[in-house]
Design a protein around this ligand. Sequence first.
Ligand code: NAI
Ligand code: MG
Length: 344
Amino acid sequence: MSESSALSPIELCVIEGDGIGREVIPAAVEVLKHVAPDVIIRPMEAGWGYFQKHKTPLPDETIQVARECKAILFGAVSSPAYPVEGYFSPIVRLRRTLQAFANLRPAQHLPVPTSREGVDMLIVRENTEDLYIGHEHTEDEGQTGIAEKVITRDATERVTRLTYELVRRIGRKKVTIVHKANVLSQSDGLFRRVALEIAANYPEIITDELYVDTAAYWMVKDPNRFDVILTPNLYGDILSDMAAAWGGGMGLAPSLSLGENIALAEPVHGSAPDIAGKGIANPTASMLSVAMLLRLYWNRIEAADKIEQAVRKTLSEGDYTVDIYTEGAISTEDFTKRVCSHLS
Ligand code: NAI
Ligand code: MG
């Protein structure tokens, strides 16, 4: 992980993407400029809209600049639920190409009526393999669909190590390894074995395990029992959306993907076509993703604290976007102004 230094300039590759990505990311960048004016912003393109004009959803220049910056802020992209010749999900590809292999998704209580008191968990989702990669084909003239689930020792080792090192660093206490090894003994079974092997090197951290269905049950019934969850890609995708509900909603859920000397900050939510273009999207998730980047990658704790405190203050004063509370809801722009007013 890189540390900020007065000598080398810090660059951030910013990809707004589609839909509300084009609204929430500028809001998050504005907040970043208040707390870290030295960061150089390099705006780049990717997504469904870009694909329609240029026949690729992820141009090589975007990958190139992302690599140069070693830090990316990504909004969201729209992906059709049917195959489109030449299209692939640019964010799934980017996470994999950059080997940003650990996706950290915290769900924490925030001062909004939709959030649950006491919730404070961090889901670590393996980001580069599993069913989520979308290696699929059909047989039987299209009447049988087959998807490959690949789990490797290497990918499991690195995500587990990163998780336990992080847990140590941020002072959390317990890791729950979530899998379905009772049914998928070769793939999830390997994930479980390897994760437990690595965990044994960290005796001061409590480790337990749950099957993913049981984890889903407890996530709804008693989310406060969770501290850190470590899980393969697809389960992490699903459980983190569940956890986001306890955090107060999709508009509030941030994430950061980490790899060797690379970080990719992105809100958990998608491009939200139902509200895109209306100026009402909640930029909190993107702002808190920037705070994660500052805290966990650039090691700029003070700047991260500032953003988190300003967001909490804004929310605790009852200034909400419409996803939190419809009556008296304020726009993305007004919400951003209020957060910024608490920063200066
Ligand atoms: P979504 O997260 O875009 O929206 C789900 C619901 O939450 C919608 O009702 C939306 O209005 C609301 N919502 C999400 N973010 C919000 C925000 N910041 N403020 C206020 N309300 C918010 O998920 P959905 O509808 O399943 O997918 C829409 C598109 O986004 C699809 O094309 C999907 O493929 C894509 N997607 C992209 C992701 C990414 O780029 N990382 C992640 C998830 C979905
Ligand atoms: Mg998701």
